[in-house]
Design a protein around this ligand. Structure first.
Ligand SMILES: [Zn+2]
Ligand SMILES: [Zn+2]
Length: 377
């Protein structure tokens, strides 16, 4: 083969490979992440409207025959959606999307419109059926984001994220339904409308009363807060070996990303929101740190019980997770894996090993990061 011919052949070969190389680069860039959504989840309302084929499914929730539960919360307005991972029972009413609706929820609008072609425009009015599907879609997205953080997928776990059964999520639009439901099915007398995280033997879920001044954003922040608690607990293999700062901070971090102007706390957490009652958590954390009023991270390990955290602690715990998720994802994965060990785990020691530095050294780095990256006002 002469040299000229060979170079032409090489050029032809290179040109033929080029489109392949380009498409795989493009594919890498595109990262199709939100494709795992079960295209047709089971839904009692979709079934009523003939949007999915029958027959009616036998439902088992709360360790009861599902129909009894659904009847109890007045089945005429309950929506039941079941996906591959969770069961959602919702009595949340319809809402109109407006310019204040969090952009995170709007991410689900295209897929919602695909399912319900009747939904039109940028700010559609959603009925309660749409809202339930919107929330199911969003729960699903957050779960995928969580999996991305921990570099896991469905097959990384045994069962449904280390549980035998699907997660169960109950959200109520009025206090009366919630009270009746909790009295009858959870065995927990929930005074003052507290929410409950359930740990049945083989399923785990949460029950929520209407948040104060319920709007769609408040609902969303509330639900995602609880969802983050739940997912993290499954991730540590339901070992309940969870530092209070990690549990609280993790849920606040996911919630604050949904919408910074809403703050929901949950059962057993400090409800005195104090200086964190409104938005601007980062500015307030920065001020606590520069003024020397922030609890030190080593001291945080001594607060074992979440109910002992005060509102300042909640803000600081959020910031510690903010620091970790922004700069130390790999170490977080190691730490959480170590917490899930079946033998006794010393949280303080395991932290130092996973993060490869002492707790006081980490404390210094976190404070320096806050000073450098958080806005002053
Ligand atoms: Zn439906
Ligand atoms: Zn919480």
């Amino acid at each position: 083969m002469n040299r000229h011919l060979r170079s032409i052949l090489l050029l032809a070969l290179a040109l033929s490979l080029l489109p392949v190389a380009m498409t795989s680069a493009q594919k890498k860039k595109r990262k199709p992440r939100f494709t795992e959504y079960p295209v047709k989840p089971y839904c009692t309302e979709c079934l009523k409207k003939n949007l999915i084929p029958g027959p009616e499914k036998k439902i088992r929730i709360m360790e009861f025959e599902g129909q009894a539960v659904l009847d109890h919360i007045r089945s005429r307005h309950v929506i039941y959606i079941e996906t591959d991972d969770f069961k959602l029972v919702s009595t949340i009413p319809g809402y109109k999307i407006n310019q204040n609706t969090t952009s995170r929820l709007l991410l689900e609008l295209p897929m919602l419109k695909k399912r319900f072609p009747g939904i039109k425009g940028k700010m559609p009015r959603l009925n309660r059926h749409h809202v339930a599907h919107l929330i199911a879609l969003h729960l699903h997205r957050v779960k995928l984001e969580f999996w991305e953080l921990f570099k896991t997928r469905a097959t990384s776990y045994s069962g449904i994220m280390n549980r035998d059964n699907k997660h169960e999520i109950y959200v109520f639009s009025n206090q009366r339904d919630y009270d009746r439901f909790t009295d009858r099915f959870t065995g927990v007398k929930a005074s003052g409308g507290q929410e409950i995280i359930l740990h049945a033997d083989n399923a785990v879920g949460f029950v929520r009363p209407p948040p104060p001044r319920a709007g769609l954003n408040t609902w969303n922040n509330t639900i995602i807060h609880m969802w983050a608690h739940l997912l993290l607990e499954c991730q540590i293999r339901n070992g309940y070996n969870m530092p209070s700062w990690l549990d609280a901070g993790f849920a606040h971090w996911w919630e604050r990303r949904e919408h910074g102007n809403y703050n929901t706390y949950c059962y057993s957490e400090s409800r005195e929101v104090g200086i964190f009652g409104s938005g601007k958590w980062r500015q307030r954390v920065r001020r606590l740190i520069t003024s020397g009023k922030a609890l030190s991270f080593p001291d945080f390990f001594d607060i074992k019980d979440m109910s002992s955290l005060n509102n300042r602690h909640h803000g600081l715990a959020f910031s510690i997770l903010d620091f970790i998720i922004n700069t130390r994802k790999k170490e977080l994965r190691k730490f959480v894996r170590a917490l899930g060990a079946t033998d006794h785990v010393d949280q303080y020691q395991v932290f130092q090993k996973s993060f490869n530095r002492s707790v006081p050294a980490f404390d210094e780095e976190w404070r320096a990061w806050v000073r450098k990256t958080y806005p002053k006002r």
